[in-house]
Design a protein around this ligand. Sequence first.
Ligand SMILES: *Cc1c(COP(=O)(O)O)cnc(C)c1O
Length: 400
Amino acid sequence: MRLIHNLISKRVKNLSPYLFVEISRKIAEKRAKGEAVISFAIGDPDIPTPSHIIDRLLQAAQDPANHRYPETDGLPELRQAIAEWYKRRFGVSLDADSEVLPLIGAKEGIAHIALCFIDPGDIALVPDPAYPVYSISTALAGGEPYYMPISEKNNFLPDLKAIPDDIWERAKLLWLSYPNNPTGAVAELDFFNRVVELAHKHDVAICHDGPYTEITYDGYQPVSFMQADGAKEVGVEFHSLSKSYNMTGWRIGMVVGNPIMVDALKRVKSNLDSGIPQAIQYAAIEALTGSQDCIHEHNAIYQRRRDLVIELLNSIGLEAKPPKAGLYIWAKVPQGYTSVDFATDLLETVGVAVTPGIGYGQNGEGYVRLSLTIPDASLVKGLSRLAEWRSLRARPRVKE
Ligand SMILES: *Cc1c(COP(=O)(O)O)cnc(C)c1O
């Protein structure tokens, strides 16, 4: 055993321990003891995939033509459906053959694109806090993430002017993601236009991750990075059917934009995977081209949950602002707690799981993330447990 351990590569040995493991372990422990844990910790839609999409999947599964190896670059009809969706949603024109590539979920493409750009010693500019895959894939490729702090002070947009020249020189990729996970922040077109200018100035390719553009509240309309002037000359956008159509379990997403970047990723993928099961591709075509009513229905549910969570959090003294888009509430932890202390205390005293902000980067300290992807009944129960936590903790503190 020990010997095998010694054989593990440095790149795997150096993988930072996955912070959520500890929380997951504690949740499992509690559940094993028969205690009901209510988890706000995971961003995985609780609402099923809409039935018209599943019907198409079942029908396609019956067809023997879909039982064989798919092509790496997906069905031409799927690439076309993605291009048409971008046109309809954002007014962005894409060439379905050279500027669109379906993925086995956005995460797969996000992880593999590092292999296309990052050599040992290269830098990827990564927001802090952020979805962990941007920095992990950079490190696995032998590169270094350079963290750009985002905080309430700068509306959770990185201060690109503050990046030193020697860092720009070594940087090959710049990662951004709006509507943002975990902070719930949004970016507007003028920001993306400035990003394109800086990409030209510093010779850096842009990777924008935008899986939450369809989950919006109060009529807000997020922009796509691809709408920026000249975006296609400098970068790509990752997108996904996971969050828009409750399809996390089916694993399908896409990358669109710069044809050289798309081609590089296609080359890596064609050597590593054998495409997306075709029945799932047909389901994705149905999702993108069929009725979009489900999106509005889901958003109405999330918006109601968002308002309940925000109201309760603010009433117990945890400062949180209602996000305009996305699935997450980014709440400040009470004075005197780290994000891990607070998450642990909630779990131990009232059986509520939230994600500590530090899991998304140093700059996520002081916050916890709550996901809106839990059924209404559990959500309401979870909120009353949070209120209970407040009264439990308020008592000794007042006396102190
Ligand atoms: C959920 C999520 C993804 C992953 O999407 P998949 O298509 O399910 O792989 C990518 N980026 C962010 C920011 C996410 O929150």
